[in-house]
Design a protein around this ligand. Sequence first.
Ligand SMILES: C[S@@+](CC[C@H](N)C(=O)[O-])C[C@H]1O[C@@H](n2cnc3c(N)ncnc32)[C@H](O)[C@@H]1O
Length: 265
Amino acid sequence: MFDGIASRYDFLNHFLSCYQDVLWRRYCCKSLKKMVAADNAGSVSQNVPGYARNVRLLDLCGGTGDFANTFRKIFESRCACKSSSQKGVAQCTTEKGNAHDFCVEPAVIGDFSYGMLAEVKPKKIDAFAVQLDAMKMPFAERQFDVVLNGFGMRNVPDARGALIESYRVLDAGGYLCVLEFFSPRNLFNKFFYKVLAPLFIPVMGAFFSGKRDAYEYLVNSIIRFLPVDEFCKMAEECGFEVKKVKMFDGGISFGVFLRKPVGAP
Ligand SMILES: C[S@@+](CC[C@H](N)C(=O)[O-])C[C@H]1O[C@@H](n2cnc3c(N)ncnc32)[C@H](O)[C@@H]1O
């Protein structure tokens, strides 16, 4: 299904959300930066005082790479490092010559859909696109410091499986940030998702992408998914600490910040 809408995916995302999706991703990345910076003041293994910290990023269900792209921009503030071998050295600076705190290693953008991943290349993101299944990833344990999952959790057949896999590939102390439309709980959201959204989202989706089914699925998948509190409970059962839950636009979407405990195997 995602292969069929890949070429119009970014445009429709921005259009249907009135560009709010851009702001939601930015908020999530800025919050992650604050969290990782606060940890940096402590005793994270890679942290050497005076050195930029390398961040290993996986954008899971990453689609066209928008979330990874936002993350890089916010973490690196125009890092001037030319290659990954330069990253993390003390001289590492921004284009303006100021020292900065983080270098993001070439990111991994992982997704099931080849069509969505094909849209990553024109964006020239410093990243590898990897076709994979979020519930069975081809990575060893503890390979990443941050895993992003933007609007992917409700699309995988087994959200618990994706949580368990994300936990496995995260290093101890690492973060999983889930940006998602959760099943509506309050009256405003029930009205929005059960009455308004089914009226205009499939029509707009059909008009711009020719794939009405895909946009009917989008609305139905939100109603069928878990409410945010149940998702957080499931994440805790999988071993995560819930660090923060941020509601966007009255509950249209949420950013859920989870952490693999420091010292976890
Ligand atoms: C709504 S898109 C989100 C894309 C992007 N993360 C964003 O923020 O816009 C959901 C993505 O999840 C991917 N997906 C669905 N099931 C998957 C699975 N089992 N493993 C990996 N990716 C999956 C789809 O191919 C699709 O690209």
